[in-house]
Design a protein around this ligand. Structure first.
Ligand code: G6P
Length: 617
């Protein structure tokens, strides 16, 4: 996600800002910029691409001053470009703003408050700069307050004003922001690595708070302006663990980030009773014409597609085929102008998936991309795009992007299903409300006592050589991703099987050396999956009916106890409609893979032989 920095004090502001941005590079970005205020003028320098581009430009004409803001952008609204890079200015250049997050109602704000305004970028952020400047009548704090009263979404914002050279105003809602405290100087950043070289004392701004940051003091207030007590923390992390937010690996950090990414992918897309998706402009007739859908993807994205098959078949009532991209294009698939092809790719650069999209377009199909990277090749070459807004994923094993792909598929299913008039509206309402509850339910799964249960289970898998995952329907799709996660990072051989298919061969492999993970979240097939789990249990028993060695774990919804008392572990996920359970079920399976790999001492973020983005066919 975007990185924010700010500085007020006696040092060379340009250097402090650039240094801070460099420390935030690990967050991923596609452009960078700074703004410095001096002599009643705000100067801005911003460039697409590497921070080096910005550095080179500033080396030629440095910006001098003692108050400034900076930003590394990870695009959400608008392509990566010089114009879309932050900071953004108000119409007369009086206000400069850097922003991390998503302003959900930016179009409404443009239409309601900013008619006749000309914008230089396609970003949601520039709207905030214009609003603050419009509301400004000599009191910057009041202008920010008035702006926040009409803005919805998530944000961390730093605001600077030409008429107010001694103050930066910061605020945040659901996006991180830290204020670093110095002697006669203060720092602002999205994350502590940006300030560790200067100070270890900081204030973590709470969501919904504002702060007025001066050289020699920081005043924290609530939205109404009531002064709050400053709570000062001491940063104890070293630079390396600070990048991971104090987590030992990016993978576990990204697993926890799902609480926020669930929110982000839904952000501004669910309206009372329907879904709205930007970048899609199709008529009812076009959607009605589709007679089949292909989902084309690789690896984890392919597994998201397997869940997507059930989602889209339910919401659109047409057949959906899911294909591994490297197979799809050589198979001469039956595609024409009545086919929708959905390509899913976190990076948007996977060569096999990109070629699949090209093939589909050439055959006359409409191509819809689901990707996390704005402006990526797949995004550019597709007819329509739904972005995941999950922020950069650094760990090779995909976690937060996968669950965001699933949520995006629900949104797409309801959007097209509605257009074609094929969804059961009552069901849609129920599901949309349930999707909105996902962030808090993710937080429940990630509570410490639940984590401890998984840590303990993972210890049992340390010396395991083979492990089986079973499930039916959507649960089968879920366990395929669960098994891949375990293989990727722990190097344990894991197989995911359709629970009902075991008896046709694979059951021969089950013994007291093969632990089993059974996922049973679909009411319709719960009893059947439990019976299949029993079949496995009985293959693990000795002649006295005892099981020594391998263990059986089931994942169920709260209150759905398995019948057999031979089952060793039960992991419960919060209650939710069966239809959306794959999103929540993913989290314990990610955690099992993570803690097993941790016990086995594996290189979790960079597993052997694997790459994050595979740009060769
Ligand atoms: C690589 C990664 C996988 C990923 C796959 C597809 O193999 O290691 O984690 O799922 O590529 O990547 P994409 O960026 O297209 O989703």
């Amino acid at each position: 996600m975007c990185g924010i920095v700010g500085y007020i004090g006696p040092r060379d502001t340009q250097e402090v800002l650039l240094d801070g941005l460099e420390k935030l590079e690990y967050r991923g970005y596609d452009s960078a910029g700074i703004a410095i205020l001096a002599d009643h003028h705000i100067s801005v320098e911003k460039h697409r691409g590497e921070l080096a581009n910005l550095r080179n430009a500033l080396a030629k004409h440095p910006l001098k001053g003692h108050i400034g803001i900076g930003h590394t952008r990870w695009a959400t609204h608008g392509q990566p470009s010089d114009q879309n890079a932050h900071p953004h200015l108000g119409p007369e250049g009086k206000i400069a703003v850097v922003h991390n997050g998503i302003i959900e109602n930016y179009q409404y704000l443009k239409d309601t408050y900013l008619q006749g305004h000309t914008f230089k970028s396609q970003t949601d952020t520039e709207v905030v700069a214009h609003l603050i400047e419009m509301f400004y009548d000599g009191d910057l704090f009041a202008a920010v307050q008035r702006t926040l009263a009409v803005v919805t979404g998530s944000y961390a914002l730093v605001v600077m004003c030409v008429d107010d050279p001694d103050e930066l105003i910061v605020t945040r809602k659901n996006s991180p922001l830290v204020i670093g405290l110095g002697e006669g100087e203060n720092f602002i950043a999205s994350d502590v690595p940006a300030m560790l070289a200067y100070t270890r004392r900081c204030i973590y701004l709470e969501s919904g708070e504002l702060a007025r940051v001066y050289r020699d003091k920081v005043v924290v207030t609530d939205l109404a302006g009531n002064v709050q007590k400053n709570i000062v923390d001491e940063i104890e992390w070293d630079a390396q663990s600070a990048e991971k937010g104090g987590y030992p690996h990016f993978m576990i950090k990204e697993i926890y980030e799902q609480i926020a990414t669930f929110q982000q992918v839904l952000s501004g897309r669910i309206h009372a009773d329907h879904v709205e998706l930007e970048n899609i402009d199709l008529s009812k007739e076009e959607v009605e014409r589709w007679d089949k859908i292909y989902i084309v993807a690789c690896g984890t994205a392919y597994h998201a597609g397997l869940v997507g098959k059930t989602i889209l078949e339910k919401t659109l009532r047409i057949p959906v085929f899911v294909e591994v991209a490297s197979e799809f294009r050589y198979r001469d698939p039956m595609i024409d102008e009545n086919t929708l092809v959905i390509v899913i790719s976190q990076s948007g650069e996977t060569a096999d998936t990109l070629e699949g999209a090209r093939e589909a377009k050439a055959a006359g199909a409409k191509v819809l991309a689901i990707t996390n990277v704005v402006g990526s090749s797949i995004a550019r070459e597709s007819d329509m795009v739904v972005y995941l807004w999950a922020g950069p994923e650094i760990s090779v094993a995909s976690t937060k992007a996968y669950t965001s792909m699933l949520i995006a598929l629900y949104l797409i299913g309801f959007y097209f299903g509605d257009l074609a008039g094929r969804v059961d509206l009552r069901k849609e309402q129920e599901t949309l409300r349930a999707l909105e509850k996902l962030p808090e339910q993710a937080a429940e799964i990630l509570e410490q006592d639940r984590i401890q249960q998984i840590v303990d289970i993972a210890k049992e898998y340390v010396d395991v050589e083979d492990l089986f995952y079973i499930g039916r329907g959507m649960d089968w799709a879920v366990v395929q991703e669960g098994a891949l996660k375990l293989k990727e990072i722990s190097y344990i051989h894991a197989e995911a099987y359709a629970a009902g298919e075991l008896k046709h061969g694979t059951l021969a492999l089950i013994s007291n050396k093969t632990p089993v993970i059974s996922v049973a979240l679909q009411e319709k097939t719960f009893d059947k999956t439990m019976s299949n789990t029993e079949e496995m249990l009985s293959r693990m028993m000795d002649e006295n009916g005892d099981i020594s060695g391998a263990r059986v774990l089931v994942v169920v919804k709260e209150g759905h106890k398995p019948i057999s008392d031979k089952i060793h572990h039960v992991i419960e996920i919060p209650d939710c409609p069966d239809f959306i359970s794959p999103v929540l079920a993913a989290i314990p399976l990610q955690l099992i893979a993570y803690f097993t790999a941790l016990e086995r001492g594996c290189n979790i973020d960079k597993p052997r032989n694997l790459a994050k983005s595979v740009t060769v066919e």
